[in-house]
Design a protein around this ligand. Structure first.
Ligand code: SF4
Length: 356
């Protein structure tokens, strides 16, 4: 018997075959493993006790040998625009954030991929936190499950879209990000279409190529924010090792392999990247492959001196791009009053252990 929690196996770290092997070693039939797998993923069950078609004896055995390290809601805040920001607590007491963004015709979950971030984008609150660790696939999956439940309970509508734009750089947690997408899209998982998923990167050229090699079906977004190396180096230091030339080359490779157009995210900072020269550089960068541009409103954070560009400048910028035949969308920020908007996620509270 194996009663020490730290010696127990994290059951969701096992694939179906590995679980079946464990069951055979425990003297159980392998079809039982399939039943448990379904409870764990398709039914998102967080307790062996709730697995109602499993005998009491087997449930006890499972409890003695395995653990379900599920994510829990630590606290939630609702914005005036109905955006809900969640602080989630992990089994090792680390906190992360995930957001439910209700917009007309869409229920979007914005999920985190790491605890903190190792990159240091100057406009982003997470960039000022230390990266503690990568999230496991099930920890990304659980955020989707919990936010979906929240969407149904609060607004009567299930999730329609998932964006990997919360805390962390998903491409620096590549294997776990991919595994989470596999579980979210699998028939014996959440069975969501990959077309409803967008993974956003600060721009890691080598990993963008890998997405191409893996012929992913989900959408890719690049946080661009400047199409000029000198400017981008100051806004996003990761550009020093992943220049615009390297990114363009990687994106062309990705497009050749997947035929998926790419979205460029562009926050317009007042006096930094808001001029017509900047728009011209962006238009030139857009010529590399089929793409669209999302212009995003900036949400000032305490650590950074950037401010949002005025409406007139944003509109002139967008109009210039449109004239060049570029598909442009202006995105208003959501959840600003509760620090849930793009670039604002950073843990400001302690775990509420009593609620766990
Ligand atoms: S924008 Fe993304 S990659 Fe950059 S610091 Fe923030 S969380 Fe990390």
């Amino acid at each position: 018997m194996n009663n020490n929690a730290k010696d127990k196996i994290d059951i969701r770290s096992l694939g179906l075959e590995a679980l079946q092997e464990h069951f055979i070693r425990m003297g159980e039939k392998s079809f039982r493993a399939k039943q448990i797998y379904e409870w764990l993923w398709k039914k998102s069950c967080f307790s062996f006790n709730e697995m109602s078609n499993i005998s009491k004896e087997l449930r006890t055995k499972l409890d003695e040998n395995f653990v379900i390290n599920n994510v829990k809601i630590n606290s939630s805040q609702v914005s005036a625009d109905k955006t809900i920001k969640n602080s989630f607590i992990l089994h090792d007491t680390h906190l992360i954030e995930g957001v439910l963004i209700p917009t007309p015709g869409r229920m979007t979950a914005c999920v985190s991929s790491q605890v903190g971030c190792s990159l240091t984008c100057k406009f982003c609150a997470t960039g000022y936190m230390e990266r503690k660790r990568n999230l496991n696939p099930d920890e990304i999956y659980d955020q989707v499950v919990l936010i979906d439940k929240q969407a149904r309970e609060n607004y009567g509508i299930p999730l329609s879209n998932i964006v990997y734009m919360g805390m962390g750089e998903p491409l620096l947690n590549y294997a776990n990000m991919m595994k989470s997408v596999e579980r979210i899209t699998a028939e014996d998982g959440l069975n969501m279409s990959p077309k409803r998923i967008t993974v956003s990167t600060a721009g890691i050229a080598k990993m963008i190529k890998k997405l191409g090699d893996d012929q992913v079906k989900f959408n890719l977004a690049l946080s661009l924010h400047a199409a000029n190396d000198e400017k981008r180096n100051t806004i996003m230091p990761i550009n020093e090792q992943n220049s615009l030339k390297a990114l363009a080359e990687a994106l062309k490779y990705y497009y050749a392999k997947t035929k998926n157009p790419v979205t460029y995210e562009y926050i317009i900072f007042d006096g930094v990247n808001d001029g017509i020269q900047d728009a011209m550089e962006l238009a030139k960068f857009c010529k590399h492959l089929p793409c669209k541009v999302n212009i995003i409103e900036y949400n000032p954070i305490a650590f950074a001196s950037y401010i949002n560009a005025g409406e007139d400048k944003v509109e002139a910028f967008a109009a210039y791009l449109q004239k060049q035949g570029i598909n442009v969308h202006l995105r208003r920020s959501r959840g600003k009053d509760i620090d849930a908007a793009c670039g604002q996620l950073a843990i400001k509270e302690k775990a509420k252990v009593s609620e766990v």
